[in-house]
Design a protein around this ligand. Structure first.
Ligand SMILES: Nc1ncnc2c1ncn2[C@@H]1O[C@H](COP(=O)(O)OP(=O)(O)OP(=O)(O)O)[C@@H](O)[C@H]1O
Length: 578
């Protein structure tokens, strides 16, 4: 338990001083609990000696009242320091964690870690914030109670004191069993919790598909299984704790009886004065009570420890910057040299090389699953290449500070994500310090000003959960407005595969026209019609770039592009999609 105190103090960082002071206050407050008992002993001795005077009664009363008032002041001070500090530490850690997540490689997010991260932020940190801090207080006051109890009994009578020490030792041994159960089970319990959060997230995110295919039963089964396994584990944990808890409590129950018996026998045999024996009778209950409560604390402290373990594990995941240096690209051409890459098993890119000159348009086309999106992902280091290199302005992207790299690139994805915030803030996301005029100008260029003004609250309208209150075309244009506002020299554009109505299509094309002026553009094209004027077209197929050239050059070759074009002509509107 003391280990936990140390860990929380380390986590506290700049708040450690405040926290330490709060624990000292809690310790002193617990020591003061012994004052009334001492006073009772004192008064009782005077009564038996026939020496009690009114003055003594007033002195005792004043001391007891003084100690109670002092305890109230200490408790108030403690609560102010400790509870506030818990929230401050956890708020700071959440902000730091949010910043870290931004710098973690995508590999980490695609490995099913979403439930883990969510439960650390929503379950573990609140646990540390509330229960963990409460546990610290109880550990410290319990230890203070035990310490003062042993010291007092030893000083009253060494034999009684010795009995107490033996009882504590026996209780300590049974407590170790409980600790072992908690140490083994708490991390499993936390993992179950993470699985449950994962299953619920998956279910909620998939609600539209579940409704569309009327599959509630099947998908809900995953959530039900996770709930049942969490329940079974919690019940199992409680059952395993029953024995050690009973033994631990039995130690104190038997210990109390033995201490009282010993004090009585000593008093009868004249080995202990009667007031001292009575003092022992009173004191023995006070002595064991706070330490008995350690059984409840044990699971609380273990869960806090497991929560801290998981939090520290997440903090230990390597951030992308760990490999980065501080180089700044001065040109904005993009080069890939002999890039090989796999997401895990199975190569996705095998020796991809090309150069996209600065301020030119490079289109990536090819059959679905060929690796176009992967090429874009590697440019911004969502993933890192297995071999070969990606360079911007001749500098390897691994050597560019990650913030700088992201600052130089705007991405417009086909699946636009809008935050459940105002439309203004969703656009401002491109450049947080942008003025109102700049936001409106970007919105006008992206052809979204008019529809925004027609919304009930204009730019203050909430976009809804994941932007659900807007149409696909509107979301796309807002994401373009974001990118226009950001004004990065490199644009990665994943053209929408979904068809939009002709009005929207025209607006989106005009918005893109505004966005790409004087930029290095890499466009993942799903419609050949939109890229006929590209400076170069790269045909990505089966892990490689199999053809490259302009539209006319590629049409004149009897290759994949020619074939794709023929299909488009036939279909009257060719598109490649998953
Ligand atoms: N996060 C991922 N984890 C594992 N495999 C992935 C991941 N993303 C893509 N892949 C696989 O990598 C291959 C290339 O995918 P990529 O998305 O780059 O193709 P694409 O050419 O952009 O396809 P589309 O035109 O359909 O968007 C596919 O086989 C795909 O299944």
């Amino acid at each position: 338990m003391l280990k936990l105190v140390g860990r929380v103090l380390r986590l506290a960082g700049e708040y450690a001083g405040k926290l330490r002071l709060s624990l000292v206050l809690s310790f002193v407050e617990s020591l003061l609990l012994a004052v009334p008992i001492f006073m009772a002993w004192y008064v009782f001795s005077l009564v038996l000696d026939n020496a009690l005077q009114v003055r003594d009664a007033w002195i005792c009363f004043s001391i007891i009242l003084g100690s109670v008032l002092l305890r109230m002041v200490l408790r108030y001070w403690f609560v102010m320091l400790e509870s506030g500090t818990g929230y401050e530490i956890c708020a700071r850690e959440r902000i730091t964690l949010g910043e870290r997540l931004r710098h973690l490689p995508m590999r980490f997010f695609s490995e099913g870690n979403l439930g883990w991260i969510t439960s650390i932020i929503t379950v573990d940190l609140p646990f540390v914030e509330e229960m963990g801090m409460d546990a610290l207080d109880k550990v410290i006051s319990g230890l203070a109670g035990a310490l003062i109890g042993v010291i007092m009994l030893l000083s009253i009578d060494w034999r009684i004191g010795l009995i107490t020490v033996i009882i504590y030792f026996a209780a300590f041994l049974t407590f170790q069993r409980l600790e072992r159960v908690c140490r083994r089970e708490s991390p499993i319990r936390q993992k179950q919790q993470a699985k449950l959060v994962s299953a619920v997230l998956e279910y909620v995110r998939g609600i539209p598909v579940i409704k569309a295919f009327n599959m509630g039963g099947d998908r809900a089964k995953a959530v039900k299984d996770a709930i049942e396994s969490t329940r079974d584990h919690s019940v199992g944990f409680e059952l395993q704790s029953v024995n050690p808890v009973l033994w631990y409590r039995a130690c104190f129950a038997v210990g109390t009886a033995v201490t009282i018996l010993a004090a009585t026998l000593f008093a009868i045999n004249g080995l202990l004065p009667a007031p001292t024996a009575i003092m022992v009778f009173i004191f023995v209950f006070y002595l064991y009570m706070p330490v008995q409560a350690f059984t409840n604390l044990s699971s609380q402290t273990r869960i806090t420890e497991a929560a801290l373990d998981r939090y520290e594990d997440l903090n230990a995941v390597d951030m992308i910057e760990d490999m980065g240096k501080e180089a700044v690209p001065h040109r904005h051409d993009i080069t890939m040299r002999d890039v090989r890459f796999s997401y895990g098993e199975g190569q996705v890119l095998d020796g991809v090389s090309f150069t996209a000159p600065a301020k030119s348009v490079t289109a990536l086309v090819g059959p679905s699953g060929g690796g176009k999106t992967t090429i874009a992902n590697l440019i911004v280091r969502f993933w890192d290449v297995d071999s070969g290199s990606v360079e911007i302005g001749g500098t390897n992207v691994r050597d560019i500070a990650y913030d700088n790299l992201l600052g130089n690139v705007s991405m417009v994805f086909q699946n636009v994500y809008l935050f459940n915030d105002t439309i203004r803030n969703n656009i401002r996301f491109g450049r947080p310090e942008a003025s109102e005029e700049e936001i409106i100008e970007a919105a006008k260029k992206a052809r979204c000003h008019e529809f925004i003004m027609a919304l009930p609250d204009g730019y203050n309208t909430l976009a809804g959960e994941r932007g659900d209150r807007l149409s696909g075309g509107e979301k796309q244009r807002i994401s373009i407005a974001r990118a226009i506002l950001k004004n990065a020299p490199i644009i990665l554009l994943d053209e929408a595969t979904a068809s939009v109505d002709p009005d929207n299509e025209g607006d989106i094309q005009r918005a893109i026209g505004e966005l790409i002026q004087d930029k290095t553009l890499i466009i993942i094209a799903h419609r050949l019609s939109t890229i006929q004027n590209a400076h170069q077209i790269l045909v990505v197929d089966n892990k490689r770039i199999v053809e490259h050239g302009t539209h006319t050059e590629l049409l004149n070759q009897d290759g994949v592009y020619h074939e794709l074009w023929k299909h488009r002509e036939k279909a009257g509107g060719w598109k490649i999609s998953r």
